[in-house]
Write a protein that binds this ligand. Structure first.
Ligand SMILES: *Cc1c(COP(=O)(O)O)cnc(C)c1O
Length: 377
């Protein structure tokens, strides 16, 4: 059936590949590339993005949970996949059978995974996660906990049924400017390196894959590349302020469904947040917060038309919102409106919503069909 083209997302896999190759060209020789494709590849479609990365020669993928990993395996993706979050130990046989790598975040979980793997009679591939300052997941190792952290990592690596293929940590402020943030990031990196060295020295354990560089670190701290980098946002063309020449990969497009002429002093939408100041040619767009257009953007953003920006008017509703077309007489029913993309910056929109590009990108909902213009197969 023909797509109705109410509101859709145009995804460029060619741009994803361009970004992958561009980032790769900036890495030290031999450094591997893990593409973070959690949250449906930040809304771009995890299977399509992963397939393209696989063809292009990327080394690893990362997702947040088992269901996301299985989606890739069920679609025939063969490359290594790391689960960044927690998986309950009873799923160890599934992880092993589908060749999925699991993050290990503390000794107790290592023991659970080990027991299940031994019971199953096979080995589970793991990456040890160290908490160097994010205070989320990982073996504690800051300050007085250093020696205990080293002990626990060594013990975990030696447990039967576990293969310790990698070790990693995650930065809290690598993408934020300022001396304080730089100091914090370098301290995290130093602690990560000291932990790895101590585990090697005291336990004779070496990790083939040491990785820590997210988007911010790939851009601002090239010395953190180690064996593999782990960017997400950067792969999708954001976060570098244009420095590397990356290309955005997602454009949200809608069309004008209805146009009304309202008199001056007409209240618009829920809550009567906006009242017309003149005779207003108002367009109704079939996109609302159920599509991912955050309600917090109400009355404080504009979208791109062929003739220039159209200010958004009044509250954004669940399925619709209104725009001012008074000064854009060339914009008519069925005219295309870009919500974000090359002509309407996602960064600017996120700022107006009081959030970050990540959130707006991940908010584009299931109702918005993804259209892959340059898909080769
Ligand atoms: C999400 C995530 C990344 C990618 O972060 P970006 O800022 O998008 O590059 C890397 N590592 C971990 C552990 C993550 O959770």
């Amino acid at each position: 059936m023909e797509l109705q083209k109410r509101t859709w997302a145009e995804i460029s896999l060619d741009n994803i590949e361009h970004n992958y190759r561009t980032i790769k060209a900036h890495l030290p020789a031999g450094c591997r590339f893990l593409g973070v494709v959690k949250a449906d590849a930040y809304g771009h479609g995890a299977v399509r993005v992963s397939r393209r990365l696989e063809e292009a020669g990327a080394d690893y993928l990362a997702v947040s949970c088992l269901d996301e990993a299985l989606e890739l395996r069920n679609a025939g993706i063969k490359m290594p996949v790391l689960i960044l979050g927690h998986t309950p130990a009873r799923f160890v046989p599934v992880l092993i059978d589908r060749d999925i790598t699991q993050t290990v975040t503390c000794l107790a979980k290592a023991e659970e995974y080990s027991q299940e793997a031994v019971k199953y009679g096979k080995e589970l591939k793991t990456h040890m996660k160290l908490d160097t300052g994010m205070s989320r997941l990982g073996f504690l190792c800051s300050g007085s906990l250093f020696d205990e952290g080293v002990e626990h990592v060594i013990t975990s690596c030696r447990l039967p049924g576990l293969i310790a293929e990698g070790v990693y940590t995650h930065f809290a402020v690598a993408d934020e400017p300022g001396e304080e943030n730089e100091k914090y990031t370098l301290e995290q990196f130093d602690l990560f390196c000291r932990m790895i060295a101590a585990v090697e020295e005291r336990g004779g354990i070496t990790f083939p894959l040491r990785h820590c560089a997210n988007t911010g670190a790939v851009l601002n701290y090239p010395q953190t590349a180690l064996d593999m980098v782990r960017p997400g946002l950067l792969l999708y063309g954001y976060g570098d302020g244009g420095r590397l020449g990356l290309k955005p990969c997602m454009k949200i497009v809608t069309t004008v469904s209805t146009i009304k002429i309202h008199e001056k002093d007409t209240d618009v939408s829920y809550g009567r947040l906006f009242r017309t100041k003149r005779t207003t040619r108002m367009g109704v767009l079939p996109i609302g917060y159920a599509d991912g257009l955050l309600r917090s953007l109400s009355n404080r953003c504009s979208f791109a038309t062929e003739d220039g920006p159209a200010p958004q008017l009044g509250r954004i509703c669940m399925d619709m919102c209104m725009v001012d077309l008074t000064d854009l007489p060339g914009v008519n029913i069925d005219s295309r409106i870009e919500i974000f993309g090359p002509n309407n910056s996602l960064e600017k929109l996120s700022e107006a919503a009081g959030t970050i590009p990540y959130e707006l990108m991940c908010s584009v909902s299931k109702r918005v069909p993804r259209v892959y213009g340059d898909e080769r197969d």
